[in-house]
Write a protein that binds this ligand. Sequence first.
Ligand code: HSE
Length: 309
Amino acid sequence: MNEIKLFCPASVANVSCGFDVLGFCLEPIGDEMVIRKTSKKGIHIIKIEGQKLPLETQKNVAGVAALALLEDHPCNYGFEIEIYKGIKAGSGIGSSAASSAGAVFGINELMGKPLSRNELIKYAMKGEKLASGSAHADNVSPVLLGGFTLVRCSKTPDIIALPFPSELYATVIHPKIELRTSDARAVLKKKIYLDKAIEQWGNLAALVSGLYTNNFDSIKNSLVDVIIEPHRSALIPGFQELKKVAIESGALGCGISGSGPSVFALSKGHKTALEVQNGMNNTYKKFNIEYELHLSRINPKGIQIISSK
Ligand code: HSE
């Protein structure tokens, strides 16, 4: 195989109570990437469409992730990368994760698959580090593994794929303002109170339990964020209104997608998710901000190969 074309999906990180540790993969939104072998060694980003991003390998998230992979697994040829962005940078639905994960996934395929999808996560995290200053794995993991994932430890890294009920649907609204992850991380407190930590890890454990047992009451009760949301929600115009209408429309829960400004809601069943989408639409029309709405199943597959030759 000399060339591969990929679909690299968007993702929702944190999922309310799981800051930096929980994430899930979305279905309809994503980037496409073409990666091909070249006789010239190294990584060469030759085209980016849909977004103004640096072509220099060292300044591009896909470039640094790919370089990290090649450093551990050198080969006597190089790679050209074309990126067709469908996900806006700074949207909160894993734009840098899609590019970073896509680069290492595609190169691994062209090298004859020496590594598993799970083993690629630590290289994709290098792209996240470049984008936000923090090597979090909660977006790249669901992009590479599909479904819901839990980061037990980001240093190793140790990533666990979680089961999830098939009736779970996500509604995501993307207000078209850019919120950089580094800025959204800068507003966070470095120390937290013990009572808040207890509440948060109780909810996280209950959410994971609910995903395993298809217990929608448990999922509903635990989609709460008492640590991060109070600080970040002020950065998202209309967040409280969106959350109110999502819950009133029947969502199990609603929170900030990753570092924002996108906002996600999870619902049981397509019908409810559609009602949530309509509610969010009617509410956000009144704000003077352009936005996009997406309704998605939880994508069980993650990155997909569109074609190869
Ligand atoms: N967990 C990260 C954060 C995700 O919330 O900062 C960034 O997309």
